[in-house]
Write a protein that binds this ligand. Structure first.
Ligand code: HEC
Length: 159
């Protein structure tokens, strides 16, 4: 019987791979996808800075196209090949994909709010959108941003 060792191995591996997923969603991807991902992240950061500049200077019409670009350009929505798309969805944890979805929701809402020139809503959705950057980084990008490691622990003690 060959099937029994396989089952046992499965139960041994399950918690291990699960624990690993927590920190290394992106590092499971192929080097090409990782590179694309990193490029996208740097563009998102650039977009946030441009939005901040436009926001504090009342240039609403500049925000909408940037927010729209951020909504559409992120790696999970880019023109990936079918197999790359499959790789993303099979390798990244569900929670990661959920945070990605939230990010897209808020960048879409930000773009609407700026089209309608609603100042408070622009501020609201800008901050909700930044929260999704932080939420995802504090779980999945602690290698890149190690200060999240200590913060997560200290928050628990203070609240
Ligand atoms: C769904 C998850 C997720 C969301 C949402 C997200 N990021 Fe990231 N980001 C990551 C991960 C994971 C890394 C680390 C990748 C690595 O380990 O190389 C990262 C890395 C980065 C980096 C460093 C890139 C590099 O290679 O130098 C920047 C800058 C960045 N993110 C900006 C942002 C900004 C700004 C937002 C929000 C507007 C954002 N990210 C939203 C997951 C996310």
């Amino acid at each position: 019987m060959k099937i029994l060792p396989t089952i046992i191995l499965f139960f041994i591996m399950l918690p291990i791979s699960h624990a690993e997923n927590k920190n290394s969603g992106v590092s499971l991807l192929s080097p090409q996808l990782q590179q694309l991902f990193s490029k996208e992240m740097i563009q998102l950061n650039q977009g946030m800075k441009e939005i901040m500049d436009a926001y504090i200077s009342g240039q609403w019409d500049i925000i909408a196209p940037i927010a729209k670009k951020m909504e559409g350009s992120y790696v999970l929505r880019q023109n990936l090949t079918k197999s790359q798309m499959h790789e993303l969805h099979s390798k990244l944890p569900k929670k990661f994909l959920k945070l990605d979805e939230e990010f897209h929701y808020y960048s879409g809402m930000l773009s609407h709010a700026s089209e309608m020139k609603k100042t408070e809503l622009i501020g609201f959705y800008f901050s909700k959108m930044s929260e999704t950057c932080v939420s995802c980084h504090s779980i999945y990008a602690t290698n890149k941003f190690p200060s999240f490691n200590s913060k997560v622990g200290s928050n628990k003690h203070h609240h």
